[in-house]
Each structure stands twice: as C-alpha cells, then as structure tokens.
Design a binder for this molecule. Structure first.
Ligand code: PRP
Length: 182
C-alpha cells in the first residue's frame, strides 16, 4: 500500500502522558468503591497502550481487564454512523463497577453506542475515560467522565492510535505532517 510521505511531530510526550495518568488515577480511586473489584474495559484496538498503563497505575486496586471491539461505518453523506460490536466482553458486568477506556473521542458515535449497550446490562457504576478528546469533531452529544488531553482537530498517531494500522507502538502522541501535496 503506497502512502503519501509524512513525518511525525511529537505533540504530547510520554512523560506528560504518564503524569496525566497518575493524576487521573487519583480521581478514579476516589470514585469507585475500594473494597469492590473494578472491571476495566478497553476498546480495541486503539486503547491497548492506555489500558496497560492505566491498569498498572491502579495496581493497588482489585482490577479485572476485559476488551470489546466496535467498528463504526459512516456513509459519508449524512452525519449518521452504524456502530457494530465485532467482539463482545468475555465477562458479565451486571451489578459491577466498570471503567470503559478509550484512546480518542472523535465524532462520539463509538463511545455513545458502547456506553448505551453496556448500561443496558445494568452495571452498578459505569464511568468512561478517554486519553484524547477532539471536541471540534463531535457529532453526537457525548462526553467522557475523564479526559487526558483535549486536542484540536489534528491527525494524531501513537500510544495506541494508528495511521493505516501503523505507528500504534510510538510511546508518545504525534501529529502527522504530510511532506508532499496529495
Ligand atoms: C477509533 C478510536 C475510537 C473511535 C473514535 O477507532 O480508537 O474507538 O475511532 O471515533 P468516533 O468518536 O468518531 O466514533 P477505530 O475505529 O479507528 O479502530 P481502532 O481502535 O482499532 O484504531
């Protein structure tokens, strides 16, 4: 597959991400009951780095990790999306404390659909955390309970986020800058 040449400029350093996760985990600890297990749900594939760091920062809590994969398809003509569940949770969440972990909220369709679905399973307490939020792109009224960084409408990669399935393994969030015209 040929791609336009590009470079990646660092936007949020690995150190800044780590510091932000530490701060967010203080709030998370305050929110969920200390004596009950927390089910941390990652949305595949983009959340795999964030959930790994988040879960380890919460190593003083009783944490169970589960994954869900959703895919959204737009028709390109209207602001409507169909969100499909490609892989569901392995475990039940009824009556349990759940933290849904996402890498980025863009239009909001994915998380809006997933949260609606998970709420129908009647968890005891359900909260969402997204590392990045692009409010300028929002098409549905959705806001995560915790956000790592609010960013402008830039093409970002790294820390789990891909460009054509590459760059997910970068330890920082970078901005893609194309070096040639399309
Ligand atoms: C990306 C991202 C979010 C979603 C956000 O996932 O990881 O899940 O899009 O977009 P939205 O707010 O407009 O719905 P993608 O479908 O690219 O899959 P991936 O996680 O496997 O990269």
């Amino acid at each position: 597959m040929s791609q336009r040449p590009y470079v990646i400029d660092e936007m949020i350093s690995a150190k800044s991400i780590a510091a932000r996760i530490e701060a967010l985990c203080h709030d998370i600890r305050e929110t969920f009951p200390k004596d009950e297990r927390l089910v941390v749900v990652g949305l595949l594939r983009g959340s795999f780095v964030f959930i790994a760091d988040l879960a380890r920062e919460l190593s003083d809590m009783d944490v169970e990790v589960d994954f869900l994969e959703a895919s959204s398809y737009g028709d390109g003509m209207e602001s409507s999306r169909e969100v499909r569940i490609l892989k569901d949770l392995r475990g039940a969440i009824e009556g349990r404390n759940v933290l849904v972990v996402e890498d980025i909220v863009d239009t909001g369709y994915t998380l809006n659909h997933v949260i609606h679905l998970l709420k129908s399973r009647e968890p005891k307490l359900l909260r969402t955390i997204a590392l990045l939020d692009k409010p300028a792109r929002r098409e549905v009224d959705f806001r995560a309970d915790w956000i790592g960084f609010e960013i402008p409408d830039e093409f970002v990669v790294g820390y789990g986020i891909d460009y054509a399935q590459g760059n997910r393994n970068l330890p920082f969030i970078g901005k893609v800058r194309f070096t040639e015209e399309a």
